[in-house]
Design a protein around this ligand. Structure first.
Ligand code: ASP
Length: 333
């Protein structure tokens, strides 16, 4: 029998994968989040100066590749890159070769030929960012892949909460509405749990994935449950992701009557958040959206500095490695 010789290195635990992408909140440790939020705070201070541009990423190239519509995310990534003096390119699927049937692999190889430093991608399919990571040498930032993850949204939400309430640890956040189709909900549940908040999901049973408690949250099917929270995070009813003919709720009118976030369902002092775009009068009453306790505009402002921090961090430290997509994370179980 051949002799088996064990080399010393074989006994060591496997090395961590190179940390170069931000694909899921699951890629981050608590100290990564704390570092990112601290960097965002420094950038916020720098933006108070008259001259808003920093030379930090001069000579770097950031490509925004968006296969789904976006206002806030695409504009803030573009402005974030510009504020750091990077060159930017924005490609939308409509009007690009994607219209002619080019596959994501071929688009990645084409863009990779320009040697971009970062590719920010939004795509309706779960796992698209990993695919682009495989075919280019760029750092990849997931700006939303199907109903899976939208990590920079969760980071900007953490930032907004910390700036407003001074902490996350020990806070109670109720996430209300269409959790089933929401990458924002999945990223936020993970991020809030990581930072020590208590999370309760509230909504009608067909819109709350079964077994989602495994992500570290509670579930309530009673809208009154939102009253106990410090922060009420309202989700958009995502009609574009609901399969045609599927009746998740009897009608939008009924949804609003039973689950809409109205002034009567809140108690004074509760903070209100929404990732946008809002359906005013559906999931959120306009009076709630415009109230002094709504942090919705602050979320947009946080988006800029948090995305500056993510670009800076990837190109200097690199916070995260590509992870396999876990089924429980997608809520497919
Ligand atoms: N803008 C967020 C997203 O892209 C939320 C939403 O669309 O409802 O996921």
């Amino acid at each position: 029998m051949a002799e088996i010789r064990v080399m010393r290195e074989d006994l060591l635990p496997p090395k961590e994968p190179p940390r170069r992408h931000l694909i899921s909140i699951g890629d981050l440790r608590r100290e990564d989040v704390e570092r990112l939020l601290g960097t965002a705070r420094n950038f916020e201070r720098s933006l108070e100066r008259e001259l808003k541009k920093l030379p930090t990423l001069r000579g770097k190239t950031v490509v925004n590749l968006f296969y789904e519509s976006s206002t806030r995310t695409s504009s803030s990534f573009e402005l974030a890159a510009k504020r750091l003096s990077a060159d930017t390119m924005s490609i939308k699927s409509a009007g690009s070769a994607v219209d002619k049937g080019e596959s994501l692999k071929d688009t990645s190889l084409t863009l990779g030929a320009y040697d971009p430093d970062v590719i920010v991608i939004r795509h309706p399919q779960i796992g698209a960012p990993q695919l682009v990571a495989r075919y280019t040498g760029a750092h990849i930032v997931n700006a939303g892949d199907g109903k899976h993850q939208h990590p920079t949204q969760a980071l900007l939400d953490l930032y907004t909460i910390t700036e407003e309430l001074g902490r996350i640890e020990g806070l109670h956040v109720a996430i209300v509405g269409d959790v089933l189709h929401s990458r924002v909900a999945r990223s936020n549940i993970q991020a809030l749990a990581l930072m020590g908040a208590r999370v309760t999901l509230v909504g009608p049973p067909p819109l709350i994935p079964r077994g989602i408690e495994a992500m570290g949250c509670e579930v309530s099917y009673e809208i009154d449950a939102i009253k106990a929270a410090d922060v009420v995070y309202v989700l958009r009813m995502q009609r574009e992701r609901m399969a045609e003919g599927a009746n998740f709720v009897p009608s939008l009118r009924e949804y609003t009557a039973r689950w809409g976030v109205t002034p009567e369902r809140l108690r004074p002092g509760q903070k209100i958040m929404h990732p946008g775009p809002m359906n005013r009068g559906v999931e959120i009453d306009p009076m709630v959206a415009d109230a002094a306790d709504a942090l919705i505009e602050q979320q947009v402002r946080s988006g800029l500095v948090v995305r500056m921090a993510v670009l800076y961090d990837l190109l200097t430290h690199g916070p995260a490695g590509v992870q396999a997509v876990a089924l429980h994370e997608i809520g497919a179980a």
